[in-house]
Design a protein around this ligand. Structure first.
Ligand SMILES: Cc1ncc(COP(=O)(O)O)c(C=O)c1O
Length: 364
């Protein structure tokens, strides 16, 4: 990630950046846009998503705690576990059936979550919905699922955060696939998604359309105060959080541009195009194509390579050696011996490739 092409307006923002140390004008430009989209009161910039994670988990994590998610991204899991907490994934069951198409395979299993709460054994300080679900195929989470998870969380007084790196792609999938949203603007759908949660963690290197940056936003002023104290120790003053003023300008502009419906249409269609091309050549992929990437099922594609020989990583290396295509293993190398899958992620940078680039990848 972080490989998107920035627009001329974003570059213009870079030129406008205010590099005063504290309280720079660029922070307020950034804060206004984040508040407008998320509706959260407290906005804390960070140099990238994992920095926001580290700050949040320093507040809510610790031994004996259990974070619950549809799927933690690997840095999210690592940051939770680094505090001594457990990171538990409860995706819907069909998420692990890679061949079966489904509309919202990024959803969390609400029944399993309720069962976990009923058992009363877990000390859950936070629930995180990753939208879209990067670790399990870039699949979207439905508005209904966000609403239901939120309802259960609120009934049990557990804060819900969105890991919202791909909030605009998720909003567009809701528009395409969920009844009642077909005539709504992606921005309004995004606002509704955020309204069911208490805060968000964002790597701006995805739907922020920038090469570096992230943020944490929330309604809890007490947590925000603690977060700013931690921020000063590692990231910098709370009005820049490890970023330059110009970076904040670029994120603010990127967050607006990413909600453009024509852009989202092109984005989701070009990812699906790669999926269709690979499928037509008999390459097994996670179905249906996700938002930001196509995931090859390396276990099925290379049945001759056992998990302890890392079939996904073997394919990653072969793609690079053959054609310089960079991809990423999501399987035994990333998650260790208990990985439930052996996938290779072909993530597509935003606003970078033309159709002929994608055709080249399919050909290889
Ligand atoms: C869902 C999700 N959360 C968090 C992160 C971490 O973000 P960063 O790479 O900016 O630290 C990523 C990065 O890919 C991600 O996909």
């Amino acid at each position: 990630s972080g490989t998107s092409a920035m627009s001329s307006e974003q570059w213009a923002g870079i030129m406008r950046g205010d590099e005063s140390y504290a309280g720079a004008r660029s922070f307020f430009v950034f804060e206004e846009v984040v508040k407008d989209i998320t509706g959260y009161k407290e906005v804390i910039p960070a140099h990238q998503g994992r920095a926001a994670e580290r700050i949040l988990f320093s507040i809510v994590g610790g031994k004996g705690k259990c974070m619950v998610s549809n799927s933690h991204f690997d840095t999210t899991r690592a940051n939770a576990e680094a505090t001594g907490a457990k990171a538990l994934d409860i995706p819907v069951r069909e998420a692990l059936d890679f061949e079966k198409p489904g509309l919202f395979k990024g959803n969390m299993d609400v029944q399993a979550f309720q069962k976990l709460l009923a058992e009363g054994k877990s000390n859950i300080p936070l629930v995180i919905l990753t939208i879209t679900n990067n670790s399990l195929g870039g699949q979207p989470v439905s508005m209904q699922n966000i609403r239901e998870v939120s309802k259960v969380c609120r009934a049990h007084n557990i804060p819900l955060f969105l890991d919202a790196a791909r909030f605009a792609e998720n909003a567009y999938f809701i528009k395409l696939r969920e009844a009642g949203y077909e005539n709504k603007a992606p921005k309004d759908i995004a606002k509704e998604m955020f309204s069911y949660a208490d805060g968000c963690l964002v790597s701006a290197k995805k739907d922020g359309l920038v090469n570096m940056g992230g943020f944490l936003a929330m309604n809890n002023t007490d947590w925000a105060k603690q977060a700013r104290d931690i921020e000063i120790l590692g990231e910098g003053f709370p009005t820049y959080g490890g970023l330059a003023g110009r970076d904040l300008e670029a994120i603010a502009q990127g967050l607006k541009e990413v909600l453009d419906e024509e852009y989202l249409k092109y984005r989701i269609k070009s990812t699906a195009y790669l999926g269709e091309g690979l499928r037509s050549h008999g390459v097994p992929i996670v179905e249906p194509p996700g938002g930001h990437a196509i995931y090859i099922n390396a276990k099925k594609f290379l049945p001759n390579i056992s998990s302890d020989k890392f079939p996904g990583q073997a394919l990653v290396c072969a793609l690079y050696l053959e054609a310089g295509i960079r991809s990423c293993e999501i399987g035994s190398l990333m998650f260790g011996e208990n990985a439930p899958m052996e996938l290779v992620r072909l993530a597509i940078p935003r606003r970078v490739y033309t159709q002929s680039h994608i055709d080249f990848v399919i050909e290889v």
